[in-house]
Design a protein around this ligand. Structure first.
Ligand SMILES: Cc1cc2nc3c(=O)[nH]c(=O)nc-3n(C[C@H](O)[C@H](O)[C@H](O)COP(=O)(O)OP(=O)(O)OC[C@H]3O[C@@H](n4cnc5c(N)ncnc54)[C@H](O)[C@@H]3O)c2cc1C
Length: 362
């Protein structure tokens, strides 16, 4: 394991903000995580788990503690037949390298999530998704280190309580408890089938692409994204800064009265009961509040994809807070809806149960 002292969070995050952390530990093998956690316990410092820093915000005060960064690599085929692939992937692998690997082999399930920045290990944390696919649809399980009982465990996807940008890893009493070491995916040997997302279908039609394979869809999505999304290596951002909004029927009606388009989709809940999902496209709200292309305290609401805040010149997380406040106030005033931030701040995450209760759990 590699240890560095006094590393700025701005170096570790794609939004390029944040003061120093006491230690940065990079984990190359699953075994090293227990050494890193032991190191933190000896120093009595909190830990924060990090991947490529594409969905986090570093604060000016930094992180007084230890950042543990996942660098565990490797692809291991557990089972492969003419219909399916069961693949275990190191959590430190780049997500898009995994998508490329399986799409090239003709397996479907993740091709619409091509070019999402970040690591494989972070993908289940907010249940990443794009163009109609989500990680929850292909993830089978993860191997993790449980910092509460200091043990390696396997968590099946059915226990992860997945929904839009939500899982047990980023919400509730177990937030920050598990370090994800590897992820196992089940992918089907088949071609993706329409209906596709509107913008994806338009691209396919425009380019006269009618042979839908994991690779052609991957290429289409990659090209669409290259057109409108900032490359985190060149342009600082944390991707979508605000989440889309899901409403109940009565709030959806109120929003509709203010002119907000609501996408209604029939869905099935966990018990198989039908319900209507009411979704507001937050990009539409920002655009129609006249904010697209405007700059607030050094952050620009992208003129290509309004959900994205680009860090043009800011160096302080306080400026981000001010920008966020002004943007949310304007949307609230115009449409009566409250925006919620997607990227998380790097600060201590305390699972609700602490180590004293270890005996009760094991
Ligand atoms: C330009 C751009 C476009 C984007 N587009 C999309 C998109 O289309 N769809 C989408 O869903 N997201 C998108 N994102 C957000 C981001 O790519 C994803 O959230 C991605 O999963 C972040 O991966 P990461 O490795 O950078 O995680 P980080 O940002 O490093 O961490 C994110 C969270 O996961 C936790 N975490 C990280 N690694 C581990 C681990 N091994 N174990 C436990 N917890 C861990 C962290 O503590 C943190 O809470 C975009 C971001 C950018 C910059």
């Amino acid at each position: 394991m590699k240890i560095r002292e006094n590393v700025n969070l701005s170096e570790l995050t794609t939004m390029r903000l944040g003061g120093p952390t006491d230690f940065l530990i990079e984990i190359d093998t699953p075994e090293e995580i227990s050494d890193a956690v032991e190191f933190a316990e000896e120093k009595n410092l909190p830990v924060y788990f990090l991947g490529a820093g594409a969905n986090v915000i570093g604060l000016d005060e930094g992180f007084p503690g230890i950042i543990i960064k996942n660098n565990i690599k490797g692809f291991k085929i557990l089972r492969e037949n003419k219909n399916q692939l069961l693949l275990k992937v190191g959590g430190g692998e780049i997500w898009d390298d995994f998508v490329e690997f399986v799409s090239k082999k003709g397996y479907s399930g993740v091709e619409a999530m091509s070019k999402i920045p970040g690591t494989v290990g972070a993908a289940p944390v907010q249940n990443i998704g794009a163009y109609g696919q989500e990680v929850k649809d292909t993830l089978v399980s993860v191997e993790a280190f449980d910092t509460l009982i200091d043990e390696f465990i396997e968590i099946p996807a059915s226990k992860m309580d997945f929904s839009y940008r939500h899982s047990i890893f980023n919400s509730g009493k177990d937030k920050g408890r598990y370090f994800i070491l590897t992820c196992t995916f089940r992918l089907d040997k088949k071609n993706p089938e329409p209906p596709f997302y509107k913008s994806l279908q338009s691209y396919l039609d425009e380019h006269k692409i009618s042979a839908y394979t994991p690779e052609t869809i991957r290429d289409a999505v990659s090209n669409i994204r290259a057109e409108k999304l900032p490359d985190p290596k060149k342009i600082p951002s944390a991707g979508s800064f605000f989440k889309n909004i899901y409403l109940d029927a009565s709030s959806a009606k109120l929003a509709e009265e203010k002119g907000v388009p609501i996408r209604k989709t029939e869905k099935l809940d966990a018990s198989g009961k039908k319900y209507i999902e009411y979704k507001v496209n937050t990009g539409w709200l920002l655009e129609n509040a006249g904010l697209k292309g405007k700059t607030f305290h050094g952050f620009k609401v992208s003129d290509k994809a309004a959900l994205i805040l680009i860090n043009e010149s800011a160096t302080s997380s306080k400026d981000l807070e001010l920008a966020k406040q002004e943007i949310t106030d304007q949307v609230k005033k115009k449409f009566g809806l409250t925006l919620e931030q997607e990227p998380v701040e790097i600060k201590e995450e305390k699972p609700e149960t602490n180590k004293v209760q270890k005996e009760d759990i094991s």
